[in-house]
Design a binder for this molecule. Structure first.
Ligand code: SF4
Length: 337
């Protein structure tokens, strides 16, 4: 346990973890309606005035990069590609000294069209969500017939040099859990890095059920039916994904097993929501309001102090296995990956 929040330097918490990876949600809106994320009718979206402006986002990222030791910035949503100012925000963040690595988590809709401009603005790489290669199943899972757009988005990202192109897949029992080998075959053929993600209790409907979650062990067993998986000698560090060499490598596959193999002990993430709230953890049930301070005229010193204080209180882990576990009120669609 460290003594108290530092008055300068990095974002350290009371367990000694240092946050270097900032996840910024640019919107809570999305153009898909994934069944494990939100209802068909969508959600009561954040009102315009609640949302941080492009300038406010850039200012907060600048504080994080220049004063708090953040070296990685990941833009998420909802769906970040629907934010009109995205290229400008990326360009402003890419101009920061020291320059952070900049990535984006997206559902891929519109990526084929936007990839060249985002690359030119300074985006380094992308994570694209893809849970199935079957058109009908995609339409049932997302309630939109847009598989072709996602596949075009992946190809467009690779062509634009937004590499490595990472693919995030969530498997659900009896829905798409039979597709693990096919998804890996696809990723290997295209040169994408595939990571399976255990479904987490962060859906807006609060309907998550551990029994329908496909575990890391089950995913690995399914893959081993077709591929030889061996331990990846590369240092994992704070990376959420545990990785394996496929058929001796160099291709790899990853599993982000937040529920059955939590990696909170090495967590280096800090999160900013689209309405300017600071979250120390994906599963935090409390938030710190940076937007209010910002709009009340607080200077960068004050923003940095608040950020450090909020991260100092970060919990040891998500606590999903605790009998007292409480799912956060804010859904994943308003937190971001
Ligand atoms: S659950 Fe929270 S503490 Fe654990 S890895 Fe995720 S963000 Fe970090």
């Amino acid at each position: 346990m460290t003594a108290a929040p530092t008055t300068d330097g990095v974002l350290v918490d009371r367990y000694g973890r240092v946050a270097r990876d900032l996840r910024v949600s640019l919107t809570d809106k999305c153009n898909l309606r994934c069944t494990y994320c939100m209802p068909a009718e969508g959600l009561p979206w954040l009102a315009g005035p609640q949302l941080l402006t492009d300038e406010e986002i850039v200012r907060l990222v600048r504080v994080a990069v220049r004063r708090l030791g953040v070296t990685e910035v990941r833009f998420t949503g909802g769906e970040p590609l629907i934010r009109p100012g995205l290229p400008g925000i990326v360009a402003a963040v890419a101009a920061l000294e020291p320059r952070p690595r900049i990535s984006l988590t997206t559902n891929g809709i519109g990526l084929a069209r936007l990839a060249p401009a985002l690359r030119a603005a300074g985006l380094d790489r992308v994570n694209v969500s893809l849970d199935t290669l079957d058109r009908d199943r995609f339409s049932r899972l997302t309630r939109r017939d847009r598989l072709a757009d996602v596949l075009a988005g992946l190809a467009g990202a690779a062509a634009a040099g937004l590499t490595p192109v990472k693919v995030n897949s969530v498997l659900m029992r009896g829905v798409n859990d039979d597709e693990a080998p096919a998804l890996l075959r696809f990723a290997l053929a295209q040169g994408y890095q595939l990571r399976f993600i255990e479904q987490m209790p962060l859906d807006a409907q609060h309907g998550w059920d551990r029994a329908t979650m496909v575990t890391a062990d089950e995913i690995l067993t399914a893959l081993r039916g077709e591929f030889a998986l061996t331990a990846d000698p590369t240092e994992r560090g704070a990376a959420p994904a545990e990785t394996w060499l496929v058929d001796g490598g160099p291709a790899r596959v990853g599993v982000i097993a937040s529920v059955t193999r939590p990696f909170c002990g090495a967590c280096d993430r800090t999160r900013l929501t689209a309405d300017g709230q600071l979250r120390s953890c994906l599963f935090a049930t409390d938030e710190s309001d940076l937007r209010g301070a910002l709009r009340a005229g607080a200077d960068d010193d004050e923003m940095a102090r608040r950020w450090r204080t909020a991260m100092w209180g970060k919990r040891a882990g998500h606590g999903i296995d605790d009998p007292a576990f409480l799912q956060p009120a804010r859904p994943m669609s308003a937190i971001g990956g």
